[in-house]
Design a protein around this ligand. Structure first.
Ligand SMILES: [Zn+2]
Length: 453
């Protein structure tokens, strides 16, 4: 019996109880306390019967929550950290909440979202049965340095026995666990591809095998697409699960596996969410669920609401979207998606400066694609936050008309600047600015209700 472990567990459980008592979120601190008292705390926990880890730069929260929801809907008892922290302390918090004092899990399955940077601190102690990866793209330079560095971290930590379920259209994360023998790939085989020249930022341009120049068959966004090497016989990996059709009208996708087509509900038509849907459905089928079970559960599963949420009030449509700054790929996808929606008179309030923006570099703004903001149906763009002038300069360089841009340094002032003649309002916000985002939403709601009267 490891006394240190039990003391750490006891202290963590008490702190969790006390935090809940005072109405605080206990998704990080209990794990941190446990790790301070016993740095091998994760290693002391008994592994649940099945441990599924989900990682990647973008989409891991959505993917991990959808896997959890569908498993629960099919009668599995599941532990999950999807609404909490995904670094080592968050993983410990989720697992200890489900464990007895001696570290035995109560639930049979754990679906744990793991921050890719934290891989080394997590997989050293717990061995996932499965790793589901969404993608690896550039992210905050201060936190994550470079995509290759992150891949190195994941690969040096991931146990060789883990079964990997990988995005075959991402030449970076598809090399996770390259020595692992149980490998399955998923991807998309539909949609009009984006033109190569539109993909300004690419995190891989040379063949991962020989270093020769890669030729793209097509690119969906950034470096996500299908490639072949110009100098060796390397081609993008063969996929076992592919989305072969998206029917936006009937809100379905066709998922092809072993030559058979299966119709599944389309949860959200943003291309990044179609990838997430493909990862979730393909993985759960490999895990043992039938496509019928997956389809039935998907019909009930709404995409995690806090990430993308549209509400219609009178003539107005207000969309709230959580959007991390310092992440040029995710931000570009959000901007591109808003520009692609068929609607006239759109206004966008953009509040994506990092809370530590003073210490962070602003260079991510130049990796981000602002060109879609020049679209005629986007009537107004408001940059709110201490970096607003940097965003303004970046937008001007991207050809956005200055007369439709407004700026303010205090995010709280953003709401008052919204041009209410625009009927479609998009609010992109950092998590710590959720109150300012709600204030902006309330401002439009009030205007809409006045018009209804
Ligand atoms: Zn090559």
């Amino acid at each position: 019996m490891n006394i240190r472990f039990i003391i750490a567990m006891l202290a963590a459980k008490i702190s969790k109880f006390l935090l809940k008592l005072i109405g605080k979120n206990a998704t990080y601190l209990p794990g941190l306390i446990a790790l301070k008292l016993d740095k091998n705390f994760l290693g002391g926990l008994s592994k649940p019967e099945t441990l599924i880890c989900v990682t990647g730069t973008n989409g891991k929260t959505t993917t991990s929550n959808m896997i959890t929801d569908i498993l629960r809907d099919n009668g599995y008892s599941v532990t999950n950290n999807g609404f909490g922290s995904n670094v080592q302390a968050g993983v410990a918090t989720a697992l200890l909440a489900d464990a007895t004092l001696t570290g035995k899990p109560k639930n049979k399955v754990a679906v744990i979202e793991v921050d890719e940077r934290s891989s080394i601190l997590v997989y050293k102690y717990i061995t996932p049965d499965y790793l589901v990866a969404t993608n690896i793209t550039r992210d905050s330079m201060k936190r994550n340095a470079h995509a290759e560095f992150i891949t190195f971290i994941v690969n040096s930590a991931l146990p060789s026995t883990t079964k990997v379920f990988l995005n075959g259209d991402d030449l970076i994360s598809s090399f996770f666990g390259k020595e692992n023998t149980d490998r399955t790939y998923y991807g998309l085989d539909c949609e009009i591809p984006e033109r190569e020249e539109s993909a300004g930022v690419k995190d891989i341009v040379y063949c991962p095998i020989c270093g020769g120049k890669l030729n793209a068959d097509y690119i969906r966004y950034n470096h996500i697409g299908r490639y072949r090497c110009s100098e060796c016989d390397f081609v993008s990996p063969e996929r076992a699960y592919t989305v072969t059709a998206i029917d936006r009208e009937n809100k379905t996708v066709t998922l092809t596996h072993n030559g058979e087509n299966h119709i599944l509900p389309l949860v959200n038509d943003n291309i990044v969410n179609v990838y997430n849907l493909c990862a979730v459905s393909g993985f759960l089928h490999k895990f043992g669920l039938s496509f019928e079970q997956i389809a039935a559960s998907l019909k009930k599963t709404a995409i995690v609401k806090s990430r993308f949420d549209t509400e219609k009030i009178g003539d107005y449509s207000i969309t709230m979207q959580l959007s991390k700054g310092q992440n040029p790929i995710a931000t570009s996808r959000s901007i591109n998606y808003i520009a692609s929606i068929e609607a006239e008179s759109k206004a966008m309030l953009f509040m994506c400066d990092d809370i530590e923006e003073k210490a962070e570099s602003a260079c991510w703004i130049y990796d981000c694609d602002y060109a879609p903001l020049a679209s005629d149906n986007i009537k107004q763009v408001i940059f709110a936050g201490r970096r607003c002038k940097d965003h303004l300069l970046r937008a001007l360089l991207a050809g956005v008309d200055e007369s439709k841009i407004a700026i303010c340094e205090d995010p709280a002032d953003g709401a008052g600047l919204i041009d209410t003649s625009c009927r479609n309002v998009y609010i992109l916000y950092q998590l710590y600015l959720v109150n300012e985002a709600k204030k902006a939403k309330a401002f439009i709601e009030k205007k809409a209700r006045e018009e209804i009267k």
